[in-house]
Design a protein around this ligand. Structure first.
Ligand code: DON
Length: 590
């Protein structure tokens, strides 16, 4: 397949005041064509218009109460604590992000990064706040070639320059109402006094004990006498509380300058890493246009590069919009979802990377004509082997990384997916900081054709370069119809995108958040050429049907993902929220 340089967007970075870039295209909705409108009785049209006006008024007014779903009860409570003090959804997002950094250190933290999809109710401004890590300035494409095995996963050489602290400061300064002292207070309290870790921590820490043991500061904090702690272990993080206080007092300089920066750089270099002061000084968050599309009357806003999430999600939905999935039986339907994923994930591997470094044919990838072309290669009666699509490797992944969703009383929205990559990131804490560093460098294509820890194979577009952001799969997403707004996302490595895709299809069928977070999961990512599925992700009939079509199926021995979702139903102005039953999260409406 040739690479056509059609480029509607050079970079998706946006100046603060610019309006949204809309890559959407109308997708036909069966039964809702122009004919139906032409013959609709006038009274019906009036009623419909009235309903739209009511919805618009309610939208402007907001739901009047708030909902938060996050992966940890203490983080959800931290968000409400800040709302109760007069904060808005963005202050709550600071509080939840910081609390998760303390109470779910296996998933995200100050030493990591993430993407915050934001909608400000007062002016409708919708942006992706990109707090993705960057490669150090002395990093290069071959830096892992002669390094010890696992250097992109464990230890300070695996760590990109963190973006989460800068994102918290940006959120507070540009979107919030409260000072950081208030929004960081719950996190500081939990770090200072400690909290009892849950089963999820106890499970996640086991395979990371060796990595954590390599860092004296990390083992002193996260292990129990150098061994894996059990559920109930009191995790106290005094140094982290101090670092959080410095951020609360000094803002950005509290992390990227002064004594914190000094300790971070010193610790990293002493452990064999390559950070310098300039890496931290030069780090900056970006506000970007979200990618936008439509699927069966649903407006979708999601993550733009350097996350592949929105692109792969919208490309798969564009392919699926040519079929009436509701009329197909389970296996036929899942076959089409799998074939759409196969093609969209292949384009991820081929084209996507950091927009500051690579030119990406996003306009083409997200065009209806391109989707139609891909659709024409899909056969209804059999699976097409990935190799037949042209060449551009297996996967292990847990549920590290984290997601939370917030709707506040005014209708401000936040969907945020945050990560340190694998459980407990690189396992490395620079002494005196309490900051557990990410191992996000592994999200780059660390060597040609070499799959990363999610089995993803990247190409030149995602090669390492100084200051470059590594390609992500994080997919914080808003779904909107005139009646309903959904705010959702999940951790899960490369499976994040297919989980969000299944949730969008479930939303399209009219289901609510309890259903989106619970739906059985299956996944195809082009390579390896196999459909992975949860123990209860496919029925027996589905399995038989898909095997008959020629798919290779692989049961994953655990249930995956930890989706956190909120729905604002404007018809009754009702909020509902749900936390994935697979996790230990907490969703609440107040
Ligand atoms: O940015 C990414 O795509 C990955 N670092 C996310 C990692 C993740 O979700 C881990 N969970 N299994």
């Amino acid at each position: 397949m040739g690479f056509i340089r059609v480029l509607p967007i050079e970079s998706t970075a946006m100046p603060e005041s610019s309006s949204d870039l809309d890559l959407s295209h109308p997708s036909p909705r069966p039964g809702a064509g122009s004919k139906g409108w032409r013959y609709a009785p006038a009274a019906f049209v009036k009623a419909l218009l009235l309903a739209f006006v009511v919805c618009a008024v309610q939208a402007a007014e907001g739901p009047g109460h708030a909902a938060i779903a996050s992966a940890h009860p203490l983080a959800t409570r931290a968000g409400f604590e800040v709302l109760d003090q007069g904060g808005n959804a963005f202050d709550a997002a600071v509080a939840v992000s910081a609390a998760l950094a303390v109470v779910e250190p296996q998933g995200s933290g100050l030493g990591g990064g993430g993407f915050w999809l934001l909608r400000r109710a007062e002016d409708g401004k919708t942006v992706i706040l990109d707090g993705r890590e960057t490669a150090p300035l002395t990093a290069g494409p071959d830096m892992y070639r002669d390094a010890r095995p696992g250097a992109s996963l464990d230890g300070p050489l695996a760590a990109g320059i963190p973006g989460l602290p800068a994102a918290l400061v940006h959120l507070a300064e540009h979107f919030g109402r409260l000072p950081l002292e208030k929004s960081l207070a719950p996190a500081i309290r939990h770090a200072e006094t400690g909290f009892a870790v849950g089963e999820r921590y106890a499970v996640a820490v086991k395979p990371r004990v060796a990595a954590l043991q390599g860092s004296p500061a990390a083992s002193a904090i996260f292990l129990d006498h150098y061994a894996a702690p059990r559920a109930g272990f009191l995790l106290v993080q005094k140094d982290l509380a101090e670092t959080l206080r410095r951020i609360a007092r000094e803002g950005r300089a509290g992390f990227y300058g002064g004594s914190t920066a000094q300790r971070l750089v010193q610790g990293v270099r002493a452990g064999g890493g390559i950070w310098q002061g300039a890496d931290l000084e030069r780090y900056s968050v970006m506000e970007r246009f979200p990618l936008r599309g439509r699927y069966r009357g649903i407006s979708i806003s999601s993550a733009a590069p350097p996350s592949s999430g929105g692109t792969v999600l919208l490309e798969a939905l564009n392919i699926l919009s040519g079929y009436d999935l509701a009329r197909l039986d389970g296996a036929a339907r899942k076959h089409l979802v799998i074939e759409a994923e196969r093609r969209a994930y292949r384009d991820r591997d081929l084209y996507l990377g950091d927009p500051a470094f690579v030119r990406m044919p996003l306009g083409r990838l997200l065009s209806p004509a391109y989707a139609a072309g891909l659709r024409s290669s899909i056969r209804l009666d059999r699976a097409l082997p990935s190799a037949a699509l042209g060449a551009v490797a297996p996967s292990r992944q847990g549920d590290n990384t984290t997601h939370f969703s917030i709707v506040d009383k005014d209708g401000n929205l936040v969907a945020a997916t945050l990560s340190v990559n694998n459980a407990f990131g690189s396992g490395f804490v620079p002494a005196g900081t309490g900051v557990l560093l990410n191992d996000e460098m592994d999200d780059f294509a660390t060597a040609p054709g070499q799959p990363n820890s999610y089995g993803l194979v990247g190409g030149a577009a995602n090669a390492i370069a100084p200051g470059k952001r590594m390609l992500s799969s994080m997919t914080p997403t808003f779904l909107e119809t005139p009646e309903r707004v959904a705010v959702l996302g999940t951790p899960g490595g490369s499976r994040i995108i297919s989980m969000v895709l299944l949730a969008v299809l479930d939303f399209a069928e009219g289901h609510g958040p309890e259903s989106w977070v619970s739906v059985g999961r299956f996944h195809h990512q082009y390579l390896p050429d196999a459909v992975e599925y949860e123990p209860d992700g496919l029925s027996r009939e589905d399995i038989r049907g898909l095997e008959k079509l020629g798919h290779t199926l692989q049961k994953v021995p655990y249930r995956y993902g930890d989706m956190q979702a909120v729905q604002w139903d404007k018809r009754g102005n009702r909020l509902s929220a749900a936390s994935d039953p697979r996790g230990e999260g907490w969703a609440e409406v107040k």
